[in-house]
Design a protein around this ligand. Structure first.
Ligand code: DQA
Length: 145
């Protein structure tokens, strides 16, 4: 059912989770994060599709494909968060309800990470809780239904 279907998008470099700067991003791999999300989604009666790419255009294509099939988008756009107007326009073009997530508290980090160009086209933002940022986004969807 479209109402309960969520696209989870992970942007550049998140495929390296587990080995990428573990002191910042933790030790969980992307597969482990996705598995935990699938498990929680099942418990909440939600359906998930997970996608990762290092390429802006592939992320945009994936968001376009979700139009009409998914109602929600949970997105960690990685560094694209901070400068990709194309990704922002993709989100606003397809009418998905988007939740921006980050593993880290981007506001406690370098100044360039304090800007999100996608935040204005998202329902809300969750940052700083590692895996729980994604899990809290799932809870937010479940409570909105
Ligand atoms: C990130 C924060 C971004 O600034 C960074 O470029 C990432 C990961 C996070 O989840 O904390 O790749 O989105």
């Amino acid at each position: 059912m479209v109402e309960r279907r969520i696209l989870v998008v992970h942007g550049p470099n998140l495929n390296l989770l587990g080995t990428r700067e573990p002191e910042i991003y933790g030790s969980l791999t992307l597969q482990q994060i996705n598995a935990r999300l699938e498990e929680r989604a099942r418990e909440l009666g939600l359906e998930l599709e997970c996608f990762q790419s290092n390429h802006e255009g592939e992320l945009i294509d994936c968001i376009h494909r979700a139009q009409g099939r998914c109602k929600w988008l949970i997105i960690n756009a990685g560094a694209l968060t901070h400068y990709s107007y194309a990704l922002r326009d993709a989100i606003s073009s397809v009418g998905l309800k988007a939740i921006e997530v980050h593993l880290t508290n981007v506001f406690a980090r370098e100044p360039f990470r304090h800007v999100s160009v996608i935040a204005p086209v998202c329902v809300g933002q969750i940052a700083g809780f590692g895996l729980n940022s994604y899990l809290l986004a799932l809870e937010a969807v479940a409570r909105a239904l």
